[in-house]
Design a protein around this ligand. Sequence first.
Ligand code: PRP
Length: 209
Amino acid sequence: MTLTIALAKGRTTAQVLPLLSAAGIDCTALQEKSRRLLFTDDPDFHFVLVKAPDVLTYLNRGTVDIGIVGSDILEEQGHQQFDLLDLRTGRCRFILASTPDFDPHQTSRKRIATKYPHIAQRYFQDQGEDVEMIKIEGSVELAPLTGMADAIVDITETGTTLRENHLKVFATLTPVSTHLVVNRLALKQKKTAIYQLIQALKRVRPQEV
Ligand code: PRP
């Protein structure tokens, strides 16, 4: 029985491939630096490499059985599938950041730039604050530097991007890590294979922090 897995391209894949290999899956072709997107050589595991925000689209349509993606995306998009395993890789966190002169208590309505408008909205709602959301696709750190926004809600992993752009963290929101999510129907039809994979990954994933 073949399991088809959608992997979020980039950092997620780079950090998850050693785990999949340790769990006994041959990832040689995926580890090669190339522009290839579809990997069907292994009869047991097929892989597709997609942009992180598209993982749930493939999963919801039943095109793949399993999605491997950051909890940032799962939280932002919301979903009806089964989030079955925290792989404990790709660990980072949501933060509210800005230039050091930002006043979190400013009286005017804040302009917040983010790739995650739902998560940012929820955070400010919990604070009882109404803010203006500016949705952008990347290089979020630029928004306060150029004066387009008062602050950003984004993820930080090493802190390098914030540091190199002289931004300060004003609040830490939720932690993020890579998760394994399973299509509801696939879980019924391919239960044994899916649970075998999950058990193997549980044995090799990093320790809880
Ligand atoms: C993410 C995030 C930050 C950066 C943080 O962006 O939006 O910009 O990584 O990582 P660091 O703390 O290790 O520096 P990504 O690299 O995905 O690129 P993007 O800005 O084009 O979305």
